[in-house]
Design a protein around this ligand. Structure first.
Ligand code: NAD
Ligand code: 022
Ligand code: ZN
Ligand code: ZN
Length: 370
């Protein structure tokens, strides 16, 4: 079939909106009509050329929601008309990783996904001239129709609005999941969140959900303060306005250090500050931010010897097919909020505007509707 897509032609160039060819779903695959897609950080990271594993030409996009149009041979868990959210972290429920209770990093299709290919080693996308176009993160939601493995789709309730729940495909689940699944924050905890963007705000609402007593937000951009307060931040710290070292300031503010700290910036210096502002003896620091390729973190080992832990999380530790439908339910039940974080709604033809807004720090989340 033919479908409309925003294609990443080469690093550093804007996306080009064009018609492309899409082959039908093969065994274990599903054809999905994407209704809405969010523009997230890593799409920009790849498009800019900063990701050494970035491949071109490719159809980016990993935050979406849509409807099943067709299923390939052997697909049993989904049928035409089902509402779905694509998963860049799949859940096969049978690999060594899926069977291990301590990880969500399903490895069943990891290699081909990283190469921009379907599990059989081929691409379903091509130009109208027949040249192959690669998939991206196994999702390619910057296309009106896309093909995904069955194990990379969460089936969700049909009354949930696509233009909001697409954000659950990455930002919402990553932020809330880091609190609930990875840190397992207890009622009454003190926490510090570094970076109040599309991820950090969801960490904050996860902390409120978990019953944290103190939620300190740290951001260089004071414009992020009102939205963070709306989602549960109790104290705001702008590092540019703190005299002297940030760590002792934060340790003092949290009466000895935070029980949990979260990096949602991707900056390795911030990651160090986050670790060192965790409480001696028991504080845990969770890295969510993805740092530039080759970057390294450092601290004195004494920080760990004295009982702080350094941890990381991908997709909020969520098992997508199991957990994403529950998060959609939480949204529909009013337990979590999404709408205020979606600051811009765009048409596909204007998708590059969404990247500009992200660059300028003017958006939390832009959503493209097909
Ligand atoms: P964003 O740009 O919307 O937000 C980042 C925020 O950090 C901004 O508000 C910025 O002002 C602030 N900031 C930057 N430098 C700072 C500093 N030195 N001190 C304090 N604040 C600072 O980005 P986002 O969409 O929220 O994503 C945040 C990070 O999370 C990115 O690195 C992204 O790649 C990563 N991420 C990771 C996962 C995962 O599964 N681990 C999933 C999604 C996103
Ligand atoms: C999503 N991310 C950033 C912004 N939005 C993001 C980027 C990378 C990861 C998670 C979220 C990530 C963490 C750990 C891994 N990835 C490796 C997982 C593994 O090896 O099993 C990651 C993922 C997918 C891809 C690359 C890296 C990919 O499909 N190309 C989950
Ligand atoms: Zn993302
Ligand atoms: Zn698996």
């Amino acid at each position: 079939m033919r479908t409309k897509a925003a294609v990443a032609i080469a690093a550093g160039k804007p996306l080009e909106v064009m018609d492309v060819n899409l082959d039908g779903p093969r065994a274990g695959e599903v054809l999905v009509e994407i209704k809405s897609t969010g523009i997230c950080h890593t799409d920009e990271f790849t498009l800019s050329g900063a990701d050494p594993e970035g491949l071109f030409p490719a159809i980016l996009g990993h935050e979406g929601a849509g409807v099943v149009v067709d299923t390939g041979p052997g697909v049993t868990s989904l049928k035409k008309g089902d509402h779905v959210i694509p998963l860049y972290t799949p859940e096969c429920r049978e690999c060594e990783y899926c069977l291990h209770p301590k990880t969500n990093l399903c490895q069943s299709i990891r290699t081909t996904q990283g190469q921009g290919l379907m599990p059989d080693g081929t691409s379903r996308f091509s130009t109208l001239d027949g040249d192959p176009i690669l998939h991206y993160m196994g999702t390619s939601t910057f296309a009106n129709h896309t093909v995904l493995p069955e194990i990379a789709l969460a089936k969700v309730r049909e009354d949930a609005p696509f233009d909001k729940i697409c954000y659950i495909g990455c930002g919402v689940t990553t932020g809330i999941g880091a609190v609930i699944n990875t840190a397992k924050v207890e009622i009454g905890s003190r926490a510090i969140v570094f970076g109040l963007g599309g991820i950090g705000l969801n960490v904050i609402q996860g902390l409120r959900l978990a019953g944290a007593d103190q939620i300190v937000g740290v951001d260089l951009n004071p414009g992020k303060k009102p939205m963070a307060e709306r989602f549960g931040m109790t104290d705001f710290v702008n590092p540019a306005e703190v005299e002297g070292d940030l760590v002792p300031y934060l340790v003092n503010l949290t009466k000895g250090g935070a029980d949990y700290t979260f990096d949602a910036t991707g900056n390795v210096d911030v990651m160090r500050t986050a670790l060192e502002s965790a409480h001696k003896g028991w504080g845990e620091s969770i890295i969510i931010g993805v740092a530039p390729a080759g970057a390294e973190i450092s601290t004195r080992p004494f920080q760990l010897v004295t009982g702080r832990s350094w941890r990381g999380t991908a997709f909020g530790g969520a098992r997508g097919r199991t957990d994403v439908p529950k998060i959609v339910d939480w949204y529909m039940e009013g337990k979590i909020e999404i709408d205020p974080m979606i600051t811009h709604q765009l048409a596909l033809d204007d998708i590059n505007k969404g990247f500009d807004l992200m660059h300028a720090g003017e958006s939390i989340r832009s959503v493209v509707n097909y």
